[in-house]
Design a protein around this ligand. Structure first.
Ligand code: FAD
Length: 559
C-alpha cells in the first residue's frame, strides 16, 4: 500500500476515483480510525469518512484516561478491566509519546475522627484486584501512603480528616491527538481518510447486499463503492442504521458526561485524585493538566457526570446543573471554595452505551451499563461496532475487521506482521521522552519524533515559536502544522482539537482566535469573508457554551 499524503483534497480525489474499496468506515472517532488502521495494516484497500472533524464527537470529550477503570471491577466487569489493562500496556508501547503514566490517589478520610475499617479494607481488596487483573502491567503495584504523604499530593483537601490514601497507577492521553495520530498512521498504511465528508445514503446491489455509500462533501454528493461498510458512528450509529435498515432501531442509550477545567493553583494536586460525590455515591477524577517545568501544572480538570441524555445528539451543553454537581463534589473535598467564576473551560460528551434490547426504555443508572463493545452485522451486510472505550479501541477494531475479513472471504486472524498489537503510531519511532513544561518537552509529548517537523517551521520563521496565548504552551507553529499536515480545516478544529486551548481556557482561546484565524487563512487560502465567518462560528460556539452555563444557572437558582 502506498502511504497517502494527509491532505483532504488528495483524499477526496481518491474517494471520487470510482475505484471501490475493500472496507469503508463511517465515523472518524477513535473507533472508526482504529478500524481504518487495522484494515489498512492487513493490506485492505480502506477508506474512512467523517462528516464533521476527526474526534469531533465523543472522542475529544472523554476523561482522557487510558485505564482499566477501577470502578468497573466493582460492577463485576472483570473481563473488560483485564482487556482494557492489556490494551493500556500495548498503547503505552505503541504510542509512548502520547500516553503518560498517571498516578492516582484515593484519599481515605475519617468520619467523626474515625477511619471506617470496612471502607479501608474494601479499598485495599479492590486495589489488589486491580493489580492482579492487569494493573501490574504498568510496572508498579499500588501502595498505601500515610496522612502526611497523602497531604503532599493533595494539600488543599481537609487535612484534619485525611487519614491516609491508596496510590495506584493508570495512564492518560490527549484523546483528540490520539485520534488524529491514528488517522495519520492509517494514511501512512495506505488508507484514504477525509473529514467533512458525511454518509447520506447506503447503496445495495441487486441482491440487497450493501456495496457502498453515498457521501456529501463540500455541498456535492457522490457514491463510493465498498465491499464491506463499517458503521462506527458512535452515538449516531442508529442514524446510520436507519440509512441501511430503513428505520432507527433505538439501540443506543447516550449518557452525558461533563468536565470542568480550573486553574491548578486552586487545587495543587500533583497526582490525579479520586473524590467522592456524596449525593449519589459516585466518584470524580481530579486530574492535574498542563505540566510545567517546575513540577507544577497550569490547570486541572474534574469530572465526570454520568446521566441519561434525551435531547438532540448534536446538542448537549454543559449546563448549570452539571456544573453545580461537579463543583459541589469538588468543594466537599476541598478546604477552599471553587465557583463558576474559576472555571476556565468545560466539555460535554455522550457515551455511546448499548441498550440490552433495542427500543427498551432507559432503566437503572447509565453508570451501571457495561462498557463492553459489540460487533454485529445487518441483514444487508453492514458491520456495526458499538459501545466500548477509548482505551480498548484497538481490540474493538481488531474484532470488527475480523468480521469484515469473513465478509470478504479472507482469513480472519491477522498474521503477526499485519496485526496492530505492536504497530507503532507515527511519531513513536525515535521518540525520546523529555522534560515536560519546556517547549521541546511539550512538542515531544504531542508529536513524538515528528516534533522535528514543527521545530523546522519555527527554525524557518522564529515568530512561529511564540505561544498561541500567553501562559499556554501551544505555539503558533502548531496552527500551521495542523492546517498543513493534520487536515484542520476550521478555526474550531485547531482551537478545540488539534490544540486543546478551548477546553483549557476559553477566554484565552477567544482572544487568540483572530491571530490563529489569520495564520489559517494564509495556509488554507481563506479570503476576508471566510476568515470572518470562521471567527463568527467560533465566537458563537463560545457564546452558546457560556449561555448554557448561565441561563440554566438562573433557572436552577429560581427552582
Ligand atoms: P465518536 O467519537 O462519537 O465518533 C463517531 C463519529 O461518527 C463522530 O465523529 C461523528 O461525527 C461521525 N459520524 C456520525 N454520523 C456520520 C455520518 N453519517 N457520516 C460520517 N460520519 C459520521 N473511555 C476511556 O477509555 N477512557 C476515559 O477516560 C473515558 N472517559 C469518558 C468520559 C466521557 C464523559 C465520555 C462521554 C466517554 C468516555 N470514554 C472513555 C469513552 C470513550 O470516549 C468513547 O467510548 C469513545 O470516544 C467513542 O468513540 P467512537 O469513535 O465510537 O464515537
Amino acid at each position: 500500500m502506498i502511504p497517502r499524503q494527509f491532505s483532504r483534497s488528495h483524499m477526496l480525489a481518491e474517494l471520487r476515483s470510482g475505484e471501490p474499496f475493500d472496507v469503508l468506515v463511517i465515523g472518524g472517532g477513535i473507533t472508526g480510525v482504529g478500524v481504518a488502521l487495522d484494515a489498512a495494516a492487513r493490506g485492505l484497500r480502506t477508506a474512512l469518512v467523517e462528516r464533521d472533524d476527526f474526534a469531533s464527537g465523543t472522542s475529544s470529550k472523554s476523561s482522557k484516561m487510558v485505564h482499566g477503570g477501577l470502578r468497573y471491577l466493582q460492577n463485576g466487569d472483570v473481563r473488560l478491566v483485564y482487556e482494557a489493562l492489556r490494551e493500556r500496556r500495548r498503547l503505552m508501547q505503541n504510542a509512548p509519546h502520547l500516553v503518560d503514566v498517571l498516578p492516582f490517589m484515593i484519599p481515605i478520610m475519617t468520619k467523626d475522627s474515625v477511619v471506617s475499617k470496612k471502607i479501608a479494607r474494601a479499598l485495599g481488596s479492590a486495589m489488589w484486584m486491580y493489580d492482579f487483573t492487569g494493573g501490574w502491567r504498568i510496572g508498579k503495584f499500588h501502595k498505601r501512603v500515610n496522612a502526611k504523604q497523602a497531604a503532599e499530593h493533595f494539600p488543599t483537601t481537609n487535612l484534619d480528616k485525611l487519614s491516609s490514601g491508596y496510590l495506584y497507577y493508570d495512564a492518560g492521553a490527549d484523546d483528540a491527538r490520539l485520534v488524529v495520530t491514528l488517522a495519520r498512521t492509517a494514511a501512512q498504511r495506505g488508507a484514504v481518510l477525509a473529514n467533512r465528508c458525511g454518509v447520506v445514503g447506503v447503496t445495495t446491489d441487486a441482491g440487497g447486499q450493501t456495496n457502498g455509500v453515498v457521501v456529501e462533501a463540500d455541498g456535492d454528493q457522490f457514491p463510493v463503492g465498498a465491499r464491506v461498510v463499517v458503521n462506527a458512528a458512535g452515538v449516531w450509529a442508529d442514524d446510520v442504521r436507519a440509512l441501511d435498515e430503513g428505520a432507527n432501531p433505538d439501540s443506543i442509550r447516550p449518557a452525558k458526561g461533563v468536565h470542568l477545567t480550573i486553574p491548578w493553583e486552586k487545587v495543587r494536586n500533583d497526582i490525579a485524585v479520586i473524590i467522592p460525590v456524596r449525593s449519589d455515591k459516585r466518584s470524580l477524577f481530579l486530574v492535574p493538566w498542563g505540566p510545567q517545568a517546575d513540577g507544577s501544572y497550569s490547570h486541572c480538570y474534574v469530572g465526570t457526570t454520568d446521566t441519561d441524555h434525551d435531547g438532540g445528539l448534536d446538542d448537549h451543553q454543559t449546563t448549570a446543573v452539571d456544573i453545580d454537581y461537579v463543583l459541589t463534589a469538588l468543594n466537599d473535598a476541598l478546604e477552599t471554595t471553587i465557583t463558576l467564576a474559576d472555571v476556565t473551560g468545560v466539555w460535554s460528551g455522550l457515551r455511546p452505551l448499548v441498550k440490552a434490547n433495542a427500543g427498551d426504555e432507559p432503566m437503572g443508572k447509565t453508570a451501571d451499563l457495561s462498557r463492553q463493545h459489540q460487533v454485529a452485522v445487518s441483514d444487508s451486510g453492514v458491520v456495526r461496532v458499538s459501545g466500548g472505550k477509548l482505551t480498548t479501541y484497538r481490540k474493538m477494531a481488531e474484532d470488527t475487521v475480523e468480521i469484515a475479513m469473513q465478509q470478504l472471504g479472507r482469513r480472519r486472524r491477522a498474521s503477526r506482521k499485519h496485526s496492530t498489537k505492536r504497530l507503532k503510531l507515527i511519531g513513536a519511532r525515535g521518540h525520546r521522552s523529555t522534560q515536560p513544561g519546556t517547549q521541546v518537552g511539550h512538542l515531544a509529548r504531542r508529536y513524538g519524533s515528528l516534533a522535528a517537523e514543527v521545530k523546522a517551521l519555527i527554525a524557518f520563521e522564529p515568530a512561529l515559536g511564540e505561544p498561541i496565548a500567553p501562559g499556554h504552551q501551544y505555539v503558533l507553529a502548531e496552527v500551521v502544522y495542523a492546517a498543513r499536515h493534520e487536515m484542520a480545516t476550521t478555526l474550531s478544529d485547531v482551537l478545540e482539537r488539534r490544540t486543546r486551548l478551548h477546553i483549557f481556557d476559553r477566554e484565552a482561546a477567544l482572544t487568540a482566535a483572530p491571530r490563529v484565524a489569520a495564520l489559517m487563512a494564509t495556509e488554507l487560502h481563506w479570503d476576508m469573508a471566510e476568515t470572518e465567518h470562521q471567527l463568527d462560528n467560533y465566537r458563537q460556539l463560545c457564546a452558546a457554551e457560556e449561555a448554557a452555563a448561565r441561563d440554566q444557572l438562573a433557572a436552577h437558582i429560581t427552582d
